[in-house]
Design a protein around this ligand. Structure first.
Ligand code: P1T
Length: 402
């Protein structure tokens, strides 16, 4: 089913880029485990040679995600598909960075997943001599100035950002990058294509940790890149195969299965997160609530414009709070809650909670963490799809223990 058919996004989760399996008519693609494919004569084959390069289960997932992100390149022909699946989110990021040459400059959002920060500053600055300019892109003037001054080859953004949930105006990032001849990339892990589709706003590449909402069940690790530009699709297809950090067929099966319910899950994540954020905002033990769906969020206007469930603005499933107190209070709170599991990661059906300074963002230098506001009293919540009153009761119990 192609993107030319005017299906709603929730139907595209199920049908986007999908066709019955040609031999049996199976509605879901089988898990193709074969590492290699027989040839009639050297170089004469059915389009499938070797599973790193060609895997039909992975292709089905790549086409569906390409369709959801409005790539326009989601037909069942390997040459044109605009979706690429990797062994992890970081493997996807690492492959995207290979679009750059040694010594190039990248302008990067200041608040990004700790692993993204680590890969750029502690690996690629050394091995690829990348010059990394860090900017708070919620300030468009600062972004414009950085682009003018440093002439980057790539602009890397993340919105909502991890863990401070800052919002970046994607249409503005796309326009500024394009004018400067830079490739623009948006990490869309937190919003998912249900809430925001960066390619429709002019971005060149979308990145996902499919470990999170896309997979949705905390049972697979994966990543993806999606583009609507056929020149970049060709280069990414080459790099995906040449570097080889591909998603395996079992993970592709789980990720595709996860996509089927993405729209349904996001609706519930958003509803419950808004209820919880509103509740926490008036709780005496909570100093500050950051949630893009609350009027008090500093970038509420961008959220209203950019993140939507259908036509209704929506804030997503992630909430970051600052507790009153320090590390002792944070520990007591996190040790007491039990419906929220204390664990890294996010975006699964189960609610997760974590301490960014000690857990997901420990690899960010302390000075940069302090600048960003990643303090000892900061806690990040991934609101799952359990009954919301159970979640509120659990958080109340934790806050009572402080
Ligand atoms: O973990 P991996 O699949 O390699 O994805 C990395 C990644 C990239 N981008 C964002 C926005 C992410 O949140 C992540 C992974 N994040 C966590 C594990 C976390 O708990 O924040």
């Amino acid at each position: 089913m192609s993107s030319h058919e005017p299906l709603h996004i929730s139907s595209r989760c199920i049908h986007g880029g999908q066709h019955p399996e040609p031999m049996t008519g199976a509605v879901m693609p089988p898990i193709f485990t074969s590492s290699t494919f027989v040839q009639k004569s050297p170089g004469v084959h059915s389009g499938f040679e070797y599973s790193r390069s060609h895997n039909a289960t992975r292709f089905a997932f790549e086409r569906c995600l390409a369709n959801l992100e409005s790539s326009g390149l989601d037909e069942e022909t390997e040459r044109t598909c605009g979706g690429f699946a990797f062994a992890s989110g970081l493997a996807a990021i690492a492959t995207a960075l290979e679009l750059l040459d040694a010594g190039d400059t990248i302008v990067c959002m200041d608040d990004v997943y700790g692993g993204t920060n680590r890969l750029l500053n502690r690996v690629r600055a050394r091995t690829q001599a990348l010059k990394i300019i860090v900017v708070d892109m919620s300030d468009l003037k600062a972004l414009e100035q950085a682009i003018t001054q440093h002439k980057p080859k790539m602009v890397w953004t993340e919105t909502p950002s991890n863990p401070m949930l800052k919002l970046v105006d994607l249409a503005a990032v796309a326009a500024l990058s394009k004018a400067a001849g830079a490739i623009s990339v948006a990490d869309n892990t937190f919003a998912t294509p249900i809430l925001q589709r960066p390619l429709e706003l002019g971005l060149d590449i979308v990145m996902h940790s499919t470990t999170k909402y896309v997979g949705g069940h905390s049972d697979t690790v994966g990543g993806a890149l999606i583009t609507g530009r056929s020149d970049l699709a060709e280069r990414l297809r080459f790099l995906q195969n040449a570097i080889g950090s591909v998603m395996g067929p079992f993970d592709a099966y789980l990720a595709l299965r996860g996509l089927k319910t993405l729209a349904l899950r996001m609706e519930r994540h958003c509803q419950s997160a808004l209820r919880i954020a509103t509740h926490l905002e008036s709780h005496p033990k909570v100093a500050r609530v950051l949630y893009p769906g609350l009027k008090s969020h500093p970038h509420f206007a961008v959220a209203q414009k950019q993140m939507r469930l259908g036509t209704t603005p929506a804030g997503g499933g992630m909430i970051t709070i600052e507790l009153k107190g320090g590390i002792a209070e944070s520990r007591r709170f996190l040790e007491t809650v039990h419906v929220f599991a204390l664990a890294e990661s996010l975006g699964g059906v189960e609610s997760l909670i974590e301490h960014p300074a000690i857990m997901t963002h420990a690899s960010v230098p302390a000075e940069q963490r302090a600048q960003l506001g990643i303090s000892d009293s900061l806690v990040r919540l991934s609101v799952g799809i359990e009954e919301v009153n159970d979640l509120i009761a659990d958080l109340n119990r934790g806050l009572d223990a402080i």
